[in-house]
Design a protein around this ligand. Sequence first.
Ligand code: ADP
Ligand code: MG
Length: 255
Amino acid sequence: MTGGPALRLRGVRKNFGEHAALDGVSLDVQEGEVVVVIGPSGSGKSTLIRCVHQLDTIDAGAIYLDGELLGYEQHRGGLRALGARRVAAQRSRMSMVFQQFNLIPHFTVLRNITEAPVRVHGRPRAEAEAEGMELLERVGLADRAHHYPRQLSGGQQQRVAIARAVATKPRITLFDEPTSALDPELVDDVLAVMRGLAEEGMTMIVVTHEMAFAREVADRCVFMESGRIVESGPPAELFTTPSSPRLRSFLARHH
Ligand code: ADP
Ligand code: MG
């Protein structure tokens, strides 16, 4: 370990045409920290974590994972983009959980979980399967190991997606509105799995509108608007004494 933050963003900018989706975002995430990102639709929350996961390239600023610059290297006094293999290697140290689960439909539940550990990380299949079964046990779906995603409810699929995300032992796991596509009665089981991971010390960034989850689980909560971090702090402070009127009106709408 470097002793520095697990993840560091410095002045990150992302433009779509003339529009700045990220307008100079700086953020540190410490090892074991849970950072919850809130903010209105279009404020740049997804873009933020997509840039961290290198699904989008940034236009200015820098992102470091364990002190290592992501996506670029020093070259002749400047920076040049890393090749696809190096980017893939950096990406393999993080995981992302999407709103729409994104499980592979023609793989069983267990195979969905073991695929990255085996193919990307070179783990022996038997080991990956044993660990995959333990993970399924933890998310309450051991009996579904040999089912296919379509045979599961949305909430079950999302719990499989979370098991898949953590199967590679990522340095940080990024969640983009993981419960937004679920029927209300399925949300709590997914949040419970995430709470368990947080309690075990997993480093996470969670974009969510679940304010109760943010309040209980976040070490720090970040409020974004128009591509900027407007306010950030421990949830007890942010929710009880928001300093910006924007955050106050946002909280009034999302109690
Ligand atoms: P959020 O997740 O907070 O709702 P997003 O990060 O998805 O916000 O979007 C931030 C802004 O960037 C929005 O104005 C959105 O329309 C724009 N945007 C996001 N992705 C793209 C894209 N691929 N092409 C063009 N504009 C985009
Ligand atoms: Mg989004």
